[in-house]
Ligand binder design. Structure first.
Ligand code: GLU
Ligand code: MG
Length: 438
């Protein structure tokens, strides 16, 4: 008799925001935690469409993907229709240095900077929207119990899978958009917050599949329809774990560090948009009146602000200082969550180092203001295309300092490869192509 053998898939979430890796027998886990698995450096140039963008490495070289045992997800349940076993990890050079192009290592470097400049740790949670492709739920389904009911099995399996994977489920709903859902989870500290986003995306794919659906996180499936955002909530704790974001006396009730961090993000947001909203279709979503984000503005409880100060409730069992958090809304799931968080942390740290103060919050519809009025208040539209975002990214000395020369050279090559792949497509085909791969 032959027994089938459990396999663990060791993964990195790469420049394309895709979770890719290689499998090995689960029995070899201990060995693989030391030895890792081999990874070709050119793999980093595999775009979301699998076309390989120009690579400085060609067929040469090797990197090693070392799994982080704490991230392993093992979910085998016939009842839930799930058979998952994967682990996330970091890419190293063969002499044991973190690789300059490893997204997870890049995030670790950014988080160390935050500790250095402010002695703070980041707490974050990624809020995800997605759709079932071609589910045809029709109208009258926004937030509707009537539309949730036939998807209760999916939602309940997902909650179970999240909890089993170490993610604390928060809410799930039939979102406003066609065939759209949103799922939220409790925040986690540092790298784990990004790990949880990677894991959540995979669980959504897997559980949807077990229910006969195909989930897509594409930022914009139908250009005339509603987008799928990733809203990144974050706050800080000090070295004792005490909340460090809320100060009732501070501007917009933020601590000085939180205020400077917010100001840094808004000052540098154009330079990092190519990491936060990194696909060609991302920029159709980042237009006014979509409840996403279109300007470099701060808003208090404003769902069209790039950076939103979230509400706190006196009725909650959680202390206000711990509830208080900021939300970055101009992100989507075509990105590696590691690079997204690293970009926000570097821009925020720059704000702290430069002693910035958060700008005044906007309260009106910025799309109706004339250009001069916007300029007078330091407000501008976010980049309107990936090409523009990449140009600003590549020209930024800040980005070069934060991410290093190699990253700033190679990442745009990857993205240009992706742009070339869709360049000749009709808008319809392009949106479909993205919906299929995300
Ligand atoms: N779907 C909106 C977006 O693209 C977000 C809606 C909301 O949850 O506020 O970001
Ligand atoms: Mg939502």
């Amino acid at each position: 008799m032959i027994n089938s053998e459990d396999i663990v898939y060791a993964c990195t979430c790469d420049f394309a925001g895709k979770t890719r890796g290689k499998g090995f027998p689960a029995a070899d886990m201990e060995k693989r935690l030391k030895r890792g698995i081999g990874w070709a450096p050119t793999n980093t140039q595999i775009t979301c469409f699998d076309a390989i963008a120009p690579s400085p490495f060609g067929a040469l070289g090797d990197r090693v993907l070392i799994p982080d045992a704490g991230t392993r997800v093992t979910l085998r349940s016939q009842e839930l229709g799930l058979s998952e076993d994967f682990v996330l990890g970091d890419l190293y050079t063969t002499d044991g240095q973190p690789w300059a192009l490893c997204p997870r290592s890049i995030l670790k470097t950014a988080l160390e900077r935050l500790r250095r400049v402010a002695d703070l740790s980041l707490i974050a949670s990624f809020e995800h929207e997605f759709q079932f492709r071609g589910a045809g739920m029709g109208r009258g389904t926004a937030y509707a119990l009537q539309a949730f009911r036939p998807n209760r099995v999916f939602a309940e399996r997902l909650m179970g899978a999240m909890r089993a994977a170490g993610l604390e489920p928060d809410t799930i709903m039939k979102e406003y958009g066609a065939d759209q859902f949103e799922v939220t989870m409790d925040p986690a500290r540092g790298v784990s917050a990004a790990d949880h986003s990677v894991i959540l995306r995979q669980l959504v794919y897997a559980v949807a599949e077990s229910c006969g659906h195909a989930a897509t996180f594409t930022p914009l499936q139908d250009p005339a329809g509603i987008g799928n955002g990733v809203h990144i909530h974050f706050s800080f704790v000090d070295e004792n774990g005490a909340p460090a974001t809320y100060d009732p006396q501070g501007k917009h009730r933020m601590t000085a560090y939180a205020s400077a961090f917010a100001a840094g993000i808004l000052r540098h947001v154009d330079e990092i948009m190519a990491l936060l909203a990194p696909s060609v279709v991302s920029y159709g979503r980042l237009t006014p009146h979509r409840w996403s984000a279109a300007f470099n503005n701060l808003g208090v409880q404003d769902r069209e602000a790039t950076l939103r100060i979230c509400p706190v409730s006196a009725m909650s069992d959680i202390d206000i200082a711990r509830q208080f958090n900021l939300e970055f809304r101009a992100a989507d799931a075509c990105a590696s969550p590691y690079l997204q968080l690293a970009a926000l942390v570097h821009a925020g740290c720059q704000g702290i180092e430069d002693g910035l103060v958060a700008p005044d919050a906007t309260e009106e519809d910025l799309a109706t203001l004339p250009q001069e009025a916007l300029e007078a208040r330091g407000l501008r539209r976010l980049p309107s295309s990936l090409a523009q975002a990449l140009e600003i990214f590549a020209a930024s000395d800040h980005v070069r300092n934060w991410f290093g020369e190699e990253f700033v050279t190679v990442y745009p090559l990857h993205k240009k490869g992706e742009m070339d792949f869709v360049a000749e497509m009709s808008p319809e085909d392009m949106h479909r192509a993205y919906a299929l791969v995300y």
